[in-house]
Design a protein. Sequence first.
Lengths: 318, 301
Amino acid sequence: MEAAAAELESKPAKRAGRRFWRILIQQRYLYLMSLPFIAWAFVFSYLPLWGWTMAFQKFRPGRPFLDQEWVGLQYFRELFHDPQFYLVLRNTIAMSTMSLVAGFTVPILFALVLNEVRSMSVKRFVQTVSYLPHFVSWVVVAGLVTKMLATDGVVNGILMGLHLIDQPIQYMAKGNLFWYIVTGSDVWKEMGWNTIIYLAAISGIGPELYEAAKVDGAGRLRSIWHITLPGIRSTIIILLIISIGHLISIGFEKQFLLGNPLVSDYAQVLDLYALNYGLSMGRFSFGTAINIFNSIISLFLLFVANGVFKRITKESVF
Amino acid sequence: MASNTVKSRAAWSISTFDVFIYLILAIVTVVTLYPFLNVLAISLNDSTDSVRGGLTIYPRVFTLKNYETIFAFGGLMTGLKISILRTVAGTLMGLVSASMLAFTISRADFQGRRFVSTFLALTMYVSGGLIPFYILIRDLHMIGTFAVYVLPGLVSAFNVFIIRSFIDGIPFALQESAKLDGANDWTIYWRVILPLTKPALATIALFLAVGQWNAWFDTYLYNGSSPHLTTLQFELMKVLQSTTTNADSFRGRNMTEVMRQISPESVKMAITIVVTVPILVVYPFLQKYFVKGMTLGAVKS
């Protein structure tokens, strides 16, 4: 296939310079099948970047671009002087770090457990069940979590039944529990789904390694430690780099749906802040400044993570 | 003798290990399924009886009245209609765009290939953010339209790359022989590539359909004040978010009627089941495909 492709490529390539248009006509269907969508992607993915100019203007909707008043970094200054911003930043960093740690280690552990299951039908059944929460919406998950953690919910029921607590706890009203609830919900929803990639990587490890370990007298725990884990090392590192790049763009769905006014000091994250203090109040410029701050930190983290891991392990996503 | 003890010790340690493994599996299964079963039980239980609490995974006083009541309510039917429409339209259009783009960038002879694939790859890293996007949608006059559900997310680079890596696995000779038979690129796409990429298309169709079915924020942001365009997830969100569950929570006055007949809790649970069931029916049958799709995507990227 490679050879055939290369031949197809090199033949026209020799004459390409002059005959660009002729090939274009020959490949008209390929152009027709790609360029309209590229134009589409330009509008919806690249054009919003132009909107970043709003952060440097006193943006008033409906006015032509050139009539907007330029204010330089005023909105960034406003942002960095807002005490609320630091609270929001703290929440964002706390929840994203917790999600990163839990959302990263739990699927690996679960994949290791699944890999040790000998009955294929049991393994399949548990996998199918564990994928279910990934496919339901955050709206539903937030509803389920709220229901389970309600004063008459199952969690309070079990704890009271075990006499660990005397009074039901109002979990959703406690600000200091909010981060844990969000992280727990996240793990509950995505744990099964995230094992897919690890299980695929594990299945790529040669069985002869396990045979050899067995001959050498290694037990199953030792095999996991010395063969399975090193075998999926590069998968783990690449996924870790990608997760770090997404560290502060954690979105706001969970926080929006699970939060309530009682816990807002712990629930407000950057995107939610941009929504509530930018968009909802019509402060487009201020909100855009928040979005820009978010994007720049994300890119920075991605490059730093990639650089650090490249040094240590020679693995890289770029 | 000595070897015998070693053997039995090994056998013993293996069995505790297995017990431990199966214990974890049992816990994961229960923790995952219990919330759904509990909600199902409440939704099938008499509303007045549910208020007593203590329901677990089966209804105490079985009834279908909760479902009859919510379906008799017009707002929910609009939501259902719009949700189905956007799922069908979004999935079909997404499949067309992703498969066409994937086909073009899989063709080594396509002279626009580098440009197209780089242009797409960059969309995975750049994002203008919420507010610039909102302004764009507003400037395009897409607020308060059905199009806002389908058009902005039409092109997804991730989906394109999954299908493309699948096409790469199809022998190029098939395309060449079709060409010798006089097929043009369109015919090759339609007659050769599409039938052979069915497993990848099934995966992408599932991702697209689930994404469309589950979306609620676009409704909240762009169509929250267009009652004829709200979706099921958005209606559920509104009911769940209202802690007071009074008249405003769910289409104003009408909802008071619903709430008078059955408790807000029963309404929430029944709608939750209505939005979850379609997913439950579909995903287990596509498991083989999406596991493969995810794996392919991960290996390539």
